[in-house]
Design a binder for this molecule. Sequence first.
Ligand SMILES: Cc1cc2nc3c(=O)[nH]c(=O)nc-3n(C[C@H](O)[C@H](O)[C@H](O)COP(=O)(O)OP(=O)(O)OC[C@H]3O[C@@H](n4cnc5c(N)ncnc54)[C@H](O)[C@@H]3O)c2cc1C
Length: 481
Amino acid sequence: MSTEAAVTRPALDDQLRQQIAERLAGQFKGDIIGPDHAGYEQARLVWNSMIDKRPGLILRCTSTEDVVAAVNVAREHGLAPAVRCGGHNVAGKAMSDGGLTIDLSGLREVTVDTERKLVHVGGGCLLGDVDAATAPHGMIVPAGIMSETGVAGLALGGGIGWFSRKHGLTCDQFVSLELVLASGEVIEVSADSHPDLFWAVRGGGGNFGIVTRFTFRGYDFGPMMRIGVSLYQPEDAAEALRGYASVVPTLPRTVGWHAALKHDMPDLPFVPPELVGARLVMFISMWLEDAEDPAGAELIERLCDVGQPCVKAMTVMPFAAGVQKVIDEEFADGHRYYTKEAHVADLADEAIDALVDFWKDMPMEGEVEIIGLGGAIGDVPEDAAAFSNRGYLLWLNFAMRWDDPACDGDYIQRTRKIVTDLKPWTGRGIYVNMLNFDEMDRVVEAFGGPEKYAKLGRIKAQYDPENLFRMNYNVPPVPEP
Ligand SMILES: Cc1cc2nc3c(=O)[nH]c(=O)nc-3n(C[C@H](O)[C@H](O)[C@H](O)COP(=O)(O)OP(=O)(O)OC[C@H]3O[C@@H](n4cnc5c(N)ncnc54)[C@H](O)[C@@H]3O)c2cc1C
């Protein structure tokens, strides 16, 4: 955080704030939020309360014109802006410490073109905004697994979620993007108009400009989804996970199946009162086609029967208003969070034992997630987009939560240790959207290695040669030789 403040020179003091306000007068319709503004304390918060940054100024935009004005003042005053959409980035990349934050939370419009199956999404939307707009038309855009994540951060880094096995990543659904470049120019990026840039924004993060509108390919689905849930006591967890590991490779791409090793089971509709708060493993499966399809019911039932569940339930519920909000409360804004991700190369018995041993003693709240990937994610060749490491079938995420700052050191250390212990079974690379503050040495790896990183750098040199957009997992410009 101090390094960010150091590169965001000059300091954003009262005098500079005044100059910027005068420069923006008459052309910026959003909110100009300095430390004296009544909304400042709220506006500087992000999901992870471990992030405690105090931006010198927040420009909350309401339109593409506002974003252009904000980018122009940033460039003219030598201020590298942080860019905020949903604020879910665990390392707090959305917020500047001492400098300028461009906040897109006023760009929340979603329009659905049911004829052409296109969904236009404002650059500040949350996933829930998209789901709420598409559900009445029986459509979805494949995205994440809860409703409060920002579309922009998630999609520009890839976007893995319930529908990935059937339709691929969120960035695989880009048709075009309205992008405000560092120069202030607004361009529409598509495979035809700017092929290199289109390649780069599919996984390359916010390095190339600020997206003010995404146009996604949408799909017919729902609004109802068939899901199955099974819960396991700690003594049955390892056996259940062995069953999970053996069944996953056999599944069709019409089903998603995830496991969560939960510190404490939340009060969800299928959880009997005596199990609320208990340490349990939960498997959740979802049928990605018609909820009434008998083949779906049969498969979901079979998955619920794996191992020795203490509870199993199958139900049909609304996707947008139900499934997509199941973990919203559990992972709400404002707690201390530390996450670590790894691709799973082999969910071998020894790996399962290590995982279960860790989980049984884990004092921090939250969960260890095993997310089922595969299917359509791997249909896109590795060199067709910036997003990398498409070949893995499973993804491991330690989503750890607590509230007492005194626990930070111990809990972070415990999480790091288990990830290190699991190294023999984890794979290459790391998902760029999950890079934490202590993993900045893995940025090149996250972007697919030196070759892809260099290609991203050459594209960056064309569109942001001064590296204005560097408050992110940065790709510095590499001029053509
Ligand atoms: C509770 C939780 C659940 C999650 N679930 C999933 C999941 O299911 N699938 C998944 O793939 N990931 C998931 N993630 C990870 C998520 O993809 C990243 O945290 C992502 O950064 C979130 O995007 P955001 O817009 O909320 O982030 P922000 O913190 O607002 O921004 C993240 C980065 O994106 C850049 N950015 C934001 N908006 C724009 C824009 N309009 N134009 C250009 N750059 C921009 C920012 O500068 C910043 O570098 C989850 C994270 C959390 C905390």
